[in-house]
Design a binder for this molecule. Structure first.
Ligand code: SF4
Ligand code: FE2
Length: 635
């Protein structure tokens, strides 16, 4: 029996077209790759030096040590923490980029950018303990950028990074400090992981995993600063009604898909597109320019400006198969290299924009913050030119899109709660958790993977948790799944939420002026915005005087695949959150590492990984965890 590839309804229209046109998609390549390497799946393949590759025989008959003497525990631990380092590097490089842009704005060097949310910048300054009295906004921006960039250059091992110190509960900081896993410098911690995993270095799996946890917490630090500084520069999300799935592509518009993760360019593309709309109409596009999002760049502009989301990770290629995307502009992360080839089958201009992220066959526009407006104009002009070459006979836009109410950052969640209790906004949330109307909170994060029928695990789990009155938050491609499947609507709340959750969401939504309930799942933004969910959790924990590992809070990445998800999942565990994985992590070749991550972590940190590939069972297990936590709190 062939596995169902995707539950996205758009695919039923587009996969047959791809086949007819001879275009191979991610699912074709997945099939061609079977059977996949069993050693790799277990994490026991080592390619760290050129005496190798070595692999450990999982059945015990063949070699139990690599040529250098490394055993399965060492090899698995080294492999997984290198994944964490890569994930942390991706997120924190994104964060550094935003911090440098803030510094440039403070110094008046970047005319394309400004501080769009001064209140947020002031709040960030206060959080970082920066005195703002009598300072103008440029001076505050400079001080915030400086304190942020210190997290990349502090050399004092005993002084934790500024952002993590300003973000977590006191108890959590003490616990992490006692384990020596609080990062002092994001770059240094990532470098240490690369250094200690060289041939002939750290061979102790426990020590390696602790190093990995430190790296994951460096990832968390990078995400916090990326999110908060992006809000200051581009605006803090607030609820907005938009739409998701490939039906948001318009037949009579110049369609520009913004794809990747970093909002620095896409923000300017959105602005410039507004100015160049007339040019698109002159070229024959009677609906002007239509920007649509893919992956997390899509989430960034969706939660801030209501730009519709066309696709999450696995269906990025299908966006091109519609034949109606005139330009796909990509920045960093989660961009399949296949897009340039598929774009070339149509008229689509695939445009890379970052010096460190190029794709053979794509057009490269060298994006720099200093020249952002000019770069964005060139990109939009390229899209308009491409539109003129579009073949209308090859246009197939699936008639699927769902309404999505998105944009639930900490501020908007607290704002909505404040309409019920202005003096003490968190009180209604805490009361409803305590009285059991809300059993617990689940954060859905992470990717799509070809190991799972696209979106199916997200949707199955959410429906079950909703029926059991769990409040759900989502980010990244998980949020994309829910948006595409209509679970970010008021109707979904009415249809799927258990009675008490429905009553709470209705009370908050109505009081906040939404004329009905909050959507079933709250869209908090992109992958880096997982830090928003932590902020809500920390605020609740602080108010209750407990730590994060006592809250009825769980996280889930049901369709995880990226190294970034490995980093996020690991810091989630380090913060005390039981964290579900719905795809098999590549660590099971070491009983020791598996035990460390799924059991020992619970004693050390309160959080732990819970692996369950069946989404319905996974939901049951998370419900059990939530009840166990409630019992611990005596509620
Ligand atoms: Fe083999 Fe050791 Fe080299 Fe890894 S580091 S490839 S186990 S010899
Ligand atoms: Fe993402």
């Amino acid at each position: 029996m062939t596995m169902k590839l995707t539950t996205d309804p758009s695919a039923a229209t587009l996969l047959p077209i791809a086949k007819k046109e001879g275009i191979s998609t991610v699912w074709d390549r997945h099939r061609a790759m079977q059977p996949q390497c069993g050693f790799g799946q277990l994490g026991v393949c080592c390619r760290i030096c050129w005496k190798g590759p070595c692999r450990i025989d999982p059945f015990g008959d063949g070699p139990q040590r690599g040529i250098c003497g490394a055993d399965a525990d060492t090899i698995v631990a080294r492999n997984v923490i290198r994944m964490i380092a890569a994930g942390a590097a991706g997120h924190s490089e994104h964060g550094r980029h935003v911090a440098l842009a803030l510094q440039g704005v403070a110094e008046g060097r970047l005319p394309a950018y400004q501080i769009r949310d001064e209140a947020k910048l002031r709040a960030v300054a206060a959080k970082l303990d920066i005195c703002t009295e009598g300072q103008d906004i440029a001076a505050i921006a400079a001080a915030v950028a400086k304190a942020t960039l210190e997290d990349f250059q502090n050399q004092d091992h005993d002084a934790p990074c500024n952002w993590i110190e300003a973000t977590l509960t006191k108890k959590r900081l003490e616990r992490l400090q006692a384990l020596h896993v609080l990062p002092h410098n994001i770059d240094a911690v990532i470098t240490q992981i690369m250094g200690r995993t060289l041939v002939g270095c750290d061979a102790d799996p426990v020590n390696l995993i602790l190093g990995g946890i430190k790296g994951a917490l460096a990832d968390f630090d990078g995400m916090c600063l990326a999110t908060e500084l992006s809000d200051a520069l581009f605006g803090t999300p607030s609820p907005v009604i938009t739409a998701a799935n490939l039906g948001v592509i318009k037949p009579d518009a110049v369609n520009i898909a913004v794809h990747g993760h970093n909002p620095l360019l896409s923000e300017v593309v959105c602005e410039v597109a507004g100015q160049m709309d007339e040019e698109a109409r002159k070229a024959g596009a009677k609906d002007g320019i239509n920007i649509v999002g893919i992956c997390c760049t899509g989430n960034e502009v969706m939660v801030r400006h209501g730009i519709p989301l066309a696709a999450n990770y696995l269906s990025q290629e299908l966006a091109l198969v519609t034949g109606a995307v005139d330009a796909m502009v990509v920045d960093v992360q989660c961009i399949m290299p296949s897009v340039s080839e598929i774009g070339a089958c149509f008229h689509t201009a695939v445009i890379t924009t970052m010096a460190e992220n190029k794709i053979p066959g794509a057009t490269h526009v060298d994006f720099k913050e200093e020249t952002a407006l000019e770069n964005a104009r060139r990109i939009v002009a390229t899209a308009i030119e491409a539109y003129k070459r579009r073949d209308p006979r090859r246009v197939n836009i699936p008639d699927f899109k769902q309404t999505a109410i998105v944009g639930f950052g900490v501020e908007s969640v607290v704002g909505a709660l404040a309409t019920l209790n202005a003096e003490d906004p968190l009180q209604p949330l805490i009361e409803n958790i305590a009285n059991g109307n809300i059993r617990g909170i689940a954060l859905f994060a992470g990717c799509n993977s070809t190991q799972v029928a696209q979106d199916s695990s997200f949707v199955t789990m959410a429906k079950k948790l909703a029926a059991n009155n769990v409040l759900m938050l989502a980010t990244g491609c998980g949020a994309g799944s829910f948006a595409k499947h209509g679970l970010m609507t008021q109707e979904a709340t009415l249809e799927y939420a258990g009675d008490s959750l429905k009553a709470v969401l209705t009370a908050i939504g109505t009081s906040a002026g939404l004329n009905g309930p909050l959507p079933l799942v709250l869209h908090m933004g992109s992958c880096v915005d997982n830090s928003r969910a932590v902020q809500v959790a920390v605020a609740v924990a602080d108010k209750l005087g407990v730590d994060l590992d006592q809250l009825p809070l769980v996280a889930s990445a049901p369709e995880a695949m990226s190294e970034k998800a490995v980093a996020i999942g690991t810091w989630s565990v380090a913060l005390g959150i039981p964290t579900h994985l719905g795809t098999m992590p590549q660590v099971t070749g070491s009983a020791k590492v598996t035990e460390l991550l799924t059991q020992t972590a619970k004693d050390l940190l309160g959080g732990y990984f819970l692996v369950e590939l069946d989404p319905a069972l996974a939901a049951d297990k998370l419900l059990e965890v939530i009840e166990e936590r409630r019992k611990g709190l005596g509620i």
